[in-house]
Design a protein around this ligand. Structure first.
Ligand code: GLU
Length: 279
């Protein structure tokens, strides 16, 4: 009896030791020379996000980041074994996202970033992890605009390098399109009467409307589908495919839903499950 119990204690000690050793070597699960191995080894990652978009990406002066995009990014970092203090959050405005990835200024861009065939020529996309749609934001008391059909002669604000800036020119060729660097500048302009409409994705506009209750409203429904992807360097298929696996798992095991519930879910209805596009 005594021998057995000594043996089982010894076996348990070996098991504890082994799992500690394995946990310490977690970066070894990645192929050598892969981006995943490099990031896991360094314990650090740089992630481009929006800094001024409530619900999806906000970055304050202390460097703290919040929003659905940032939670999705944290899931990826966590799978690399990178803790919060290993994440450097950097602002990635719409018109800079491709350049930031091409220049290696960020390892990932998670920034309400629509997967499009044109952008796929310059960056890689994992996802989508959410599908938004382009819509319109007007002042609450403006009864003259109900849809894109009402934009002739109106001052419509959008952002440089966004899908919305291009789409609105096609859908409302008579509108006077004004392009700013970010959406909060557009929304400030709308509040002050400098522009009549802000156009962007419905969920971005809903975030601003919720932040300033009673001032604005969304009109016109959704005129496009905007599947949000995680941007990575163009040639890094291995990293892109690995992120696709991470997203798929997070969608299935409830982490994706928890990320939604703790951020955009406070204001927006629960989204349909996205389906990963492994192109
Ligand atoms: N999702 C659109 C895009 O990637 C509009 C939102 C944005 O500019 O971040 O262009």
């Amino acid at each position: 009896m005594r021998t057995t119990s000594v043996r089982s204690v010894a076996a348990a000690a070996v098991a504890v030791l082994l799992s500690a050793v394995l946990a310490g070597c977690s970066s070894n699960e990645f192929a050598p020379d892969s981006t995943m191995a490099r990031l896991a080894e360094s314990g650090a990652i740089t992630i481009g996000i929006k800094a001024d978009q409530p619900l999806f990406g906000e970055l304050d002066e202390s460097g703290a980041a919040r929003g659905f995009d940032t939670e999705i990014a944290r899931i990826v970092a966590d799978e690399l074994g990178i803790a919060e203090d290993g994440i450097a959050w950097v602002e990635a405005v719409s018109g800079e996202r491709e350049r930031i990835l091409a220049d290696g200024e960020a390892d990932l861009v998670v920034a309400t970033y629509t997967i499009s065939s044109e952008r796929k020529e310059r960056v890689g996309f994992a996802g989508p992890y959410y599908v938004a749609g382009q819509s319109l934001l007007t002042r609450m008391d403006d009864a003259t605009i109900a849809s894109v059909a009402d934009l002739a002669g109106k001052d419509v604000c959008s952002v440089q390098g966004s899908t919305g800036a291009r789409t609105i020119r096609d859908l409302a060729p008579e509108a006077n399109v004004v392009l700013f660097e970010d959406y909060s500048a557009c929304v400030d302009g709308l509040g002050e009467g400098q522009v009549d409409v802000v156009t962007s994705d419905d969920v971005i506009l809903a975030g601003y409307a919720a932040q300033r209750p009673g001032e604005f409203r969304l009109v016109g429904g959704n005129v496009t589908a905007e599947p949000y992807g995680i941007g990575v360097a163009l040639e890094d298929d291995e990293f892109r495919m690995w992120i696709n696996d991470v997203l798929e798992e997070a969608i299935e095991d409830g982490r994706w839903k928890a990320a939604w519930d703790s951020t955009a879910g406070a204001v927006l209805p629960e989204p349909q499950r996205p389906y990963i596009d492994r192109y």
